[in-house]
Write a protein that binds this ligand. Structure first.
Ligand SMILES: [Zn+2]
Ligand SMILES: [Zn+2]
Length: 380
């Protein structure tokens, strides 16, 4: 059984291979800090906090907030560094605090057995944005993959281990619905990962447990964004060997309502003006950090001619020639690809390409193209 579990964990980790963008501590603060205590990895717990400060909605804004918290923790509190291991802003920006390898100062008595993640803002009455929650989930997946967090980790709120209102009632009630939440000091057994048990065939077990570990980002369905039915549809053979990245080269969007409207516009353009059966892309990504379903995982797209039958086409909403999409959008795309691999609709050994690598076009824009060249699996 142990060997099976190890194998599962390894295969899942290999299948995943993705971590979100994290702004390193040295990139947001040059302040020297003297924390030396190494964190013994992998840790069994992930403990969530809120900063109980105003929120931040841009990379620069979140850096300013993190610097203020750092000053408070090192100055007023007299700690050796910012207390949290990571901080997350409303736009999905992830900032490194003490990181994966140093013991934090966020949950007295439990710092050495946990990673402390702080949502920047006050979440007593309202929730962090979907982009922030997705960023936290993808950070945890990354930690599991890097073996910094145990495969059978549990999620807790600060108030589970000490008398505090942190991380705020609204956020705490949301955490209770997460896959691996466990109040107080318990740890979920391995068996909970593997339900419905060891009797089902190995492959089913494998795919189930990978999904439990890695999850998938929030996908706004066609019905949710108000999509029209396709006028025809052909099946895509899966798992596909390629992922092709595009930009829509139109307006940007950063809220669910504006992104939904933009996706409807693109569908109209593709169906009415271009005369296609449906919106061309398999998925679209907004700078609200959400994934919008296009033709989905199993229908052939219309986005890269000869590559349509052998790829999934993912398009960032906006024009990314002079600037890259925000972190929320980039993380959503990477988490979508990881999700596709875990569902076995994208090959584990997939090649990632920009539209310009397979056709003569400037798509996906110079700035976005620069970003994806650094992603795993990029093959021009
Ligand atoms: Zn806290
Ligand atoms: Zn394109």
């Amino acid at each position: 059984m142990t060997r099976l579990l190890l194998l599962l964990a390894t295969v899942c980790a290999v299948a995943y291979g993705e971590c979100p963008n994290i702004i390193s501590k040295s990139a947001w603060s040059i302040k020297k800090t003297g924390c030396q205590t190494a964190l013994k990895s992998p840790v069994p717990w992930v403990i969530f906090h809120h900063s109980d400060t105003p929120p931040c909605t841009s990379k620069d804004g979140c850096i300013t907030r993190a610097r203020n918290i750092l000053d408070y923790h090192t100055g007023t509190q007299g700690w050796c560094d910012i207390g949290y291991n990571f901080l997350i802003g409303s736009d999905g920006t992830i900032l490194e605090g003490r990181g994966w390898s140093k013991v934090g100062a966020h949950a007295k008595g439990f710092n050495s057995m946990s990673i402390g993640i702080c949502f920047i803002g006050n979440f007593q009455n309202g929730l962090p944005s979907e982009a922030a929650i997705n960023a936290a989930k993808s950070l945890i997946r990354c930690g599991v993959e890097l073996k910094k967090i145990k495969v059978n980790y549990t999620v807790k709120g600060h108030k589970d281990v000490t008398s505090t209102s942190c991380p705020g009632d609204a956020l705490y009630n949301n955490l209770k619905k997460w896959d691996r939440f466990m109040a107080k000091t318990g740890t979920l057994p391995y068996a909970s990962l593997l339900c419905p048990g060891i009797m089902i065939p190995f492959l089913l077990l494998l795919s189930l447990s990978c999904m439990v570990i890695h999850g998938c980002p929030t996908i706004v369905t066609r019905a949710q964004w108000g999509g029209k039915n396709p006028s025809c549809r052909s099946r895509l053979n899966t798992p596909v060997p390629n992922v092709i990245i595009h930009h829509t080269e139109g307006a940007f969007c950063s809220s669910r309502s504006t992104c939904s409207a933009q996706v409807r516009n693109i569908q109209n353009y593709h169906m009415k003006t271009r005369g296609w059966c449906d919106i061309g892309y398999n998925f679209l990504i907004g700078e609200d950090g959400l994934v919008y379903e296009g033709r989905g995982w199993t229908s052939r797209g219309a986005h890269a001619t000869s590559y349509n039958p052998i790829s999934s086409g993912i398009s960032f909403i906006g024009s990314f020639t002079n600037r890259a999409p925000n972190n929320a959008a980039l993380n959503a795309a990477r988490s979508l690809i990881a999700c596709g691999v875990s569902k076995n609709v994208i090959r584990g050994s997939y090649a990632l390409k920009g539209h310009r690598n397979v056709m003569s076009t400037s798509c996906p824009g110079n700035s976005l193209y620069k970003v994806i060249q650094r992603w795993p699996h990029f093959k021009p």
